[in-house]
Design a protein around this ligand. Structure first.
Ligand SMILES: Nc1nc2c(ncn2[C@@H]2O[C@H](COP(=O)(O)OP(=O)(O)OP(=O)(O)O)[C@@H](O)[C@H]2O)c(=O)[nH]1
Ligand SMILES: [Mg+2]
Length: 302
């Protein structure tokens, strides 16, 4: 199965929800007047596109109808797609620099899929012939370290780890120096999503980023916020909170396969203005694709 098909299939639940909504609304009168557009807005909100983005999308549809006089289903769908694409921004992918160490710091609240996505990324880059190392900086739970080691075995990747309870920043220190010594192309650092409280989590994160900045001066350092599509508007809040605490470079959205609310990508892009680069579509090692706004929008509204 090609990546395009995988992405489309992963978005099936959201597509069914949005497209059947579209069809039902259009079936009543064959065109979109004020009431129908209100219904459409409600569908977008229920697919988790967010109130702000949904309002902007419908306003854009109304403007276009005013200009062209065309309020057919096809014209409305085209306007919705156009505005969604504008909100999502151009396609953006993880940019690994050749000939230097690249570091990706996986961050996000607990259970969103950081460790799983770290493992999937390992597989992706190893397949491209890159030398990858994993850093187990989620030292909060022993099981977290074990989970990353399983991904290390599955993808034949070295995992740098310390004991549970040890200082995550010192794991980062060791992982960076191991990566430099072994001339690795990529170091992926897994971090904890759950600590005693939010302040602890953010303090730990800033300590980790300080160490990385200090020890890996020549590296291409990126942070990747992982959000879980099934958590709806909470994901939007997480993007805001982490955006304030850390310098976010990328966003990855997981579990798009398990939800009819994949519109959350639109609402996260709308409020965070950060590029969504990855889509998680399952628990398997290959269930990860580059997030492509055009495919996303075409898959949602078809
Ligand atoms: N269906 C589906 N499940 C996923 C996806 N990504 C991760 N999961 C599952 O979500 C659960 C949590 O994933 P983890 O990778 O452990 O999440 P985490 O962010 O590392 O969690 P903490 O370490 O507790 O902070 C696991 O059961 C994963 O298999 C995805 O894209 N689709
Ligand atoms: Mg984890």
């Amino acid at each position: 199965m090609g990546l395009l098909d995988a992405f489309k299939r992963g978005l099936e639940k959201t597509r069914n929800f949005v497209s059947s909504g579209f069809t039902k609304i259009a079936a009543s009168t064959g065109h979109f007047d004020e009431d129908q557009l209100d219904e459409l807005e409600e569908i977008l909100v229920r697919a988790d596109c967010g109130v702000g983005a949904s309002t902007d999308i419908i306003d854009h549809v109304k403007d276009n109808i005013k200009k062209s006089g065309d309020d057919s289903k096809e014209a409305v769908m085209a306007s919705v797609k156009e505005k969604m694409l504008e909100i999502l921004g151009p396609k953006s992918t993880i940019n690994l620099e050749e000939g230097k160490l690249n570091i990706i710091l996986m961050i996000g609240v607990n259970g969103t899929g950081k460790t799983t996505t770290a493992g999937k990324l390992c597989e992706k880059y190893k397949k491209q012939g890159k030398k990858v190392i994993l850093g187990a900086a989620d030292t909060f739970r022993a099981a977290a370290i074990e989970q990353l080691k399983v991904w290390g075995e599955r993808t034949s990747t070295t995992v740098i780890s310390h004991e549970a309870g040890s200082d995550p920043a010192s794991v980062c220190y060791d992982a960076i120096h191991a990566a430099i010594a072994r001339k690795a192309d990529l170091l992926i650092i897994d971090t904890a999503g759950r600590l005693h409280n939010k302040k602890n989590l953010m303090d730990e994160l800033s300590k980790i980023t300080r160490i990385i900045d200090r020890e890996a001066k020549d590296a291409n350092i990126k942070s990747m916020l992982i959000i879980d599509a099934t958590t709806g508007q909470n994901a939007v809040i997480q993007a805001e909170v982490f955006g304030e605490a850390a310098n976010l470079d990328y966003i990855g959205i997981t579990k798009l396969d398990g939800t009819a609310k994949g519109g959350v990508a639109v609402s996260v892009a709308y409020s965070s203005h950060k590029p969504i680069v990855l889509a998680g579509l399952g628990e398997g090692v290959d269930d990860l694709v580059d997030f492509d706004p055009e495919i996303f929008v075409d898959s949602l509204i078809s």
